[in-house]
Design a protein around this ligand. Structure first.
Ligand code: HEC
Length: 317
């Protein structure tokens, strides 16, 4: 340790402590030093203590030095100023390259000579040979694992990754509900979401659509007739962008957050099939969900199988 100069030693120890702290303190996405300001104070203390230790060591060294005889002082200084020799690093370097020093090149020079260009019979450098052995071992393990035992195929690996990604997306959606838009919105079924939807509906929509969805200025929301299309995506878009010009249904995207529009849309879709106290006559057309399960004539499995094939081809390309 004493060989390393203090201006490397102090920052090195400082960053080791810092790294350990960041590693052991669980602070979510942000580094602990930002998440918990107390750690800044802690690191400051660490720095001060390191500096204090350096100062103490230095003064102890000074005191000791003063007590030495003149001759011993000289010896001490000589030992201290000796250049460090990195013997073991040089040793490793030599062993990994096995290069001949220039003054011994005569021993390995080959006896052909092309216009003064000559060739040295160097051995393959061991670092290269070792890496080559490693690739052979890797290849053997790979051969046995995937071509003889058949651990798993690329296709299975792909499917697994997609499944994992889907789970991750679900997790992410839960924390990022506000990111829904007309393309990603889905019917919310959580009681808390529906309760929130009811609140929004009561506060903003009842005047025109009635509390039971029966309709007034706005159309009846309990029947299967829709002017602007039924289903969560169309309803979400209608709420977000508003109805036809001059009809009175404004674009709510300015006053409601995306998640709120998804909540109120999910809530009002529950009116479907109920009977309102004072229902307005149907307007628009019967809306059939194009994504609904198709009639049993088409074998249900054919479609997904074909799709899977497609995505596989893409993945392999
Ligand atoms: C000022 C009255 C008014 C208010 C308030 C209002 N709407 Fe409407 N709403 C309408 C009218 C009128 C239409 C028909 C628009 C059209 O014909 O283009 C409509 C249409 C709709 C439709 C489409 C119905 C269909 O048949 O396609 C939905 C869904 C809807 N409103 C939901 C809501 C929600 C949710 C709220 C509250 C956030 C709300 N509305 C607030 C008047 C209103």
């Amino acid at each position: 340790m004493s060989r390393i100069p203090w201006w490397i030693r102090v920052p090195l120890l400082f960053f080791i402590v810092f790294g350990l702290m960041e590693y052991f303190i669980d602070s979510g996405d942000k580094p602990a030093i930002i998440e918990y300001p107390i750690t800044q104070f802690f690191m400051l203390m660490v720095l001060l203590i390191l500096i204090a230790i350096e100062v103490i060591l230095k003064s102890v060294e000074n005191v000791m030095f003063q007590t030495l005889s003149a001759e011993a002082q000289e010896r001490y200084l000589a030992a201290k100023n000796k250049k460090p020799e990195y013997k073991w690093i040089n040793g490793i370097y030599k062993r990994l390259t096995r290069s001949r020093s220039i003054d011994r090149e005569q021993e390995i020079i080959l006896d052909h000579n092309y216009d003064g260009i000559r060739e040295l019979d160097n051995v393959l450098p061991p670092w290269w040979v070792y890496m080559f052995y490693v690739t052979i071992i890797f290849g053997l393990v790979y051969l046995v694992r995937f071509h003889i035992v058949g651990d798993y195929t690329q296709a299975i690996e792909y499917e697994n990754e997609v499944a994992e990604a889907k789970i991750a997306i679900e997790e992410y959606k839960k924390t990022a509900k506000n990111l829904v838009d007309v393309n990603t919105v889905e019917v919310l079924t959580d009681a808390s979401d529906l309760a929130a939807g009811e609140k929004i509906f009561t506060a903003n929509c009842v005047v025109c659509h009635m509390a039971d969805g029966g309709g007034g200025i706005g159309p009846n929301l309990t029947d299967e007739y829709w002017i602007l299309g039924g289903g969560i995506k169309n309803v979400f878009r209608t709420i977000s962008e508003g109805g036809r010009d001059g009809k009175g249904m404004v674009a709510w995207k300015n006053s409601l957050k995306p998640v709120e529009m998804a909540q109120v849309a999910s809530y009002l879709l529950q009116f479907q099939g109920t009977t309102a106290a004072n229902p307005k006559a149907p307007e628009g057309e019967i809306w059939v969900d194009p994504d609904a399960p198709v009639a049993p004539e088409v074998p249900a499995e054919e479609v997904p199988a074909e799709q899977a094939q497609d995505s596989l081809t893409v993945a392999m390309n």
